[in-house]
Design a protein around this ligand. Structure first.
Ligand code: BG6
Length: 478
């Protein structure tokens, strides 16, 4: 490894998720996923989780950006930028349309065979998430989502099938995307997308959330264990949405409050990286009379299924204090968080904090001493396409550049073992939280608008050539 800068073989790339780009929601034998019944929202207008696909709603994920048909051309553009890796997810419903079948859908398996072959043809390493906000809708309707332990077995079967099928094509896996979002059980979109459960429908929502989590921790550990049997070279990661919560002031009470608040994130990586529940959560459950149903052998499953690396998404930070009760954060990732007066925010209220990325990487590396992978980071903005077709997204370049600078410090000064960096939405796609197209992240512009107009044509933004240069110089030129 170089003394300074990024190590040789650093995985520069980009990230998306199947349901936000693919479209083809009912093609190739695919079943209905929970993303297919999520209506379009906008900033401040929540997406609706409808009871099936209903004619009066617009469902942007049905079309995505038509990656299902256009992936070859899109991958050629990724290759032109010099991507070393590409993160996407496998839509569970392409492989098991309802989730509880015995036999997988061959057409769905073939789609990902072709997709991975295309990536490998361009020497792009696939980084594959097994669960990124889109389980089969049938498992929600008939089984109650991840609240039901049977779903653990369905997910493990799905994971085994794809890990076996792609064992010579995919090395890097991630079990659950941003598994910790649902810790905020009051915000329905999070529980629904993480696990197909709306926690407020239960008498004891918090207990239900921890029950769901236990099932997902067990599933993740089983997948890690089985994956290593299928191919000992697999690197299987867990993932959290990392958002450092700073004490609002230097008052010791604020510091301790922030420390406790951070446990709402660390719990998820603590269990998946260390294979056991930490002391603080056992105390919390006892204090709040929370009882989780477990099965004999669960402790051993967790112990034997520790993840190989920790993947994180990183977009922003927030400040907290025991005095704050109402969140100013658009998304309420943490109830009682406020905007930091030292930071600027995007139009969606996400605060820009590159230094917080270095801080996060150091904290996490020192906590687990296992490799880290930044699998999401980026700037959602309204891009303007000029009459000549160009998009001058200097704000995006500035955001990414500042984060790369801090990421390099984490590697070169703090000694963090960092596997790679995949900015979110490397090609414009459907926003998860709002279902909009208008919130764009890409280096590649897609001609599609919220009213459904547009040709879906792809074009390069200014950031395209900038990122190409970053990759070509292994991060030195930015
Ligand atoms: C992460 C998700 O939360 O943030 C992605 O893993 C999502 O699926 C991304 O798209 C950005 O969020 P949004 O709402 O701006 O699309």
């Amino acid at each position: 490894m170089a003394q300074n800068g990024f190590p040789e073989g650093f995985l520069w790339g980009g990230a998306v998720a199947a349901h936000q780009v693919e479209g083809g929601w009912n093609k190739g034998g695919k079943g209905v996923s929970i993303a297919d019944v999520l209506s379009k929202g906008s900033h401040g207008v929540d997406r609706v989780m409808t009871d099936g696909v209903l004619p009066e709603y617009v469902y942007p994920n049905h079309l995505g950006v038509d990656f299902y048909s256009r992936y070859k051309d899109d991958i050629a553009l990724f290759a032109e930028m010099g991507f070393k890796c590409f993160r996407t997810s496998i839509a569970w419903t392409r492989i098991f349309p309802n989730g509880d079948e015995q036999t997988p859908n061959e057409a769905g398996l073939q789609f990902y065979d072709h997709l991975f072959d295309e990536l490998l043809k361009h020497q792009i390493e696939p980084v594959i998430t097994l669960s990124h906000f889109e389980m089969p809708y049938h498992l929600v309707k008939e089984y109650g989502g991840w609240h039901n332990r049977k779903v653990v077995d369905f997910f493990v079967r799905f994971s085994e099938v794809v890990m076996e099928r792609y064992k010579s094509k995919v090395k890097y896996w991630i079990t659950f995307n941003e598994i910790n979002n649902q810790r905020n059980w009051k915000y329905p979109l999070f529980g629904y997308c993480n696990s197909g459960v709306i926690f407020t429908d239960y008498d004891n929502p918090e207990q239900s959330m921890y029950q769901v989590l236990h099932h997902q921790f067990i599933a993740s550990a089983q997948v890690v264990y089985r994956g290593h049997q299928i191919n000992p070279d697999f690197k299987i990661g867990s993932m959290i949405h990392m958002m450092p919560l700073y004490p609002a002031t230097c008052r010791p009470e604020d510091l301790v409050f922030a420390q406790e608040a951070m446990r709402q994130k660390y719990l998820f990586s603590d269990v998946q990286m260390r294979g056991t529940y930490p002391a603080y959560i056992l105390k919390e459950w006892a204090r709040n009379n929370i009882t989780i149903t477990t099965q004999p052998g669960d402790d051993e499953i967790l112990r034997n299924g520790c993840a190989d690396y920790l993947a994180i998404s990183y977009y922003m930070s927030n400040i907290v204090s025991p005095e704050y009760t109402k969140s100013e954060n658009a998304l309420t990732f943490f109830e009682g968080s406020k905007l930091n007066p030292y930071l600027q925010a995007s139009e969606w209220g996400w605060q820009i904090d590159p230094v917080g990325l270095r801080y996060s990487l150091s904290e996490l590396y020192e906590r687990y001493q296992k490799p880290l992978f930044i699998v999401e980071n980026g700037f959602g903005a309204i891009d303007v396409q000029e009459t000549d077709g160009s998009v001058n997204d200097d704000y995006r370049i500035e955001y990414l550049k500042a984060h790369i600078v801090e990421m390099e410090k984490a590697v070169a000064i703090d000694g963090v073992d960092l596997l790679g960096y995949t900015p979110w939405g490397c090609i414009d796609c459907v926003s998860f939280t709002t279902g909009e197209y208008a919130k764009r992240y890409g280096f590649i512009y897609v001609d599609i608008n919220d009213d459904g107009s547009g040709t879906l044509a792809r074009s390069k933004k200014k950031s395209f050539d900038w990122y190409k240069n970053v990759i070509a110089s292994n991060g030195a030129q930015r």
